[in-house]
Design a protein around this ligand. Sequence first.
Ligand SMILES: Nc1ncnc2c1ncn2[C@@H]1O[C@H](COP(=O)(O)OP(=O)(O)OP(=O)(O)O)[C@@H](O)[C@H]1O
Ligand SMILES: [Mg+2]
Length: 208
Amino acid sequence: MDTEGLDEIAVGAEGSVYRTEFLGRRAILKVRSPKGYRAPELDSRIRSLRIRSEARLIRDARRAGIRTPMIYWVDPAAGEMIMEDMGGETVKKHLDEHPEDADAICREIGRDVALLHNARIAHGDLTTSNMLISGGKICFIDFSMGVSLAETEDMGVDIRLLERAFSSAHPNLTHAYGELIDSYCRVKTQPSLVMDKVREIKERGRYT
Ligand SMILES: Nc1ncnc2c1ncn2[C@@H]1O[C@H](COP(=O)(O)OP(=O)(O)OP(=O)(O)O)[C@@H](O)[C@H]1O
Ligand SMILES: [Mg+2]
C-alpha cells in the first residue's frame, strides 16, 4: 500500500503505524519494514510470518473474551495489516493524567490478562503503552511478540514485564498493581504456577 500522505502515528525499529481508511471506516495500517541486513527472500518470509502471526493472535485474543481491534485486511507478502481504529488513548497516558482511575483499570487489566493466559496466549510485550482505553474499556494491541500455545514461562514473562512497566512508568501506583495481581489470580487457572515462575524469573535476572 502506498503510505504517502497517510498520517503516521508511530515509527519503530520493526515497522510503522499509520491512520487510514478502510471501506469508509477509520482504520489503522501497520507495516513491518524490510530489513536490509537480511537476504530479501528470507526477509519477506519473516515479515509475512510475523504479520500473520500478529493478526491471528489479535483474533484469538478476541475469541478468548478480551477487547482487541477487528482485523480488516492482511497482506502477508507486503508485511501489512489494516485493523479497526480503537480511538482513545494509551493506558500509560490515561494513568499519568488520571491516577485516581488506576485501581479500577488495573482490576480490568488483571482479569483480561488472565483470560488471555487461560486461552494459552501470551502477549509478549505487556506494557501500558500497548493497551488503549476507549469508551471506558481496555483494549489490547501490539501482539507482535505474542505466543500461542503459551507455557507457564511465557506467562511469567508477561507478568514480569507488567511488573517492570509499573515500577518504571507508574512508580506511584504500587497499590493498583497489587489490585491487578489479585484480579489476575482470581481469574487465572492455577495462578500459583505463574506467580512462582515470576519469582524465578526475577531471581534469574538478579544474577545475570
Ligand atoms: N488499532 C489501533 N487503534 C488505535 N490506535 C492504535 C491501534 N494500533 C496501534 N495504535 C497506536 O499506534 C501505536 C503503535 O502501535 P503498536 O504498539 O502496534 O506498534 P509498535 O509498538 O510500533 O509495534 P512493534 O512493537 O510491533 O514494532 C500505539 O501505541 C497506539 O497509539
Ligand atoms: Mg507498541
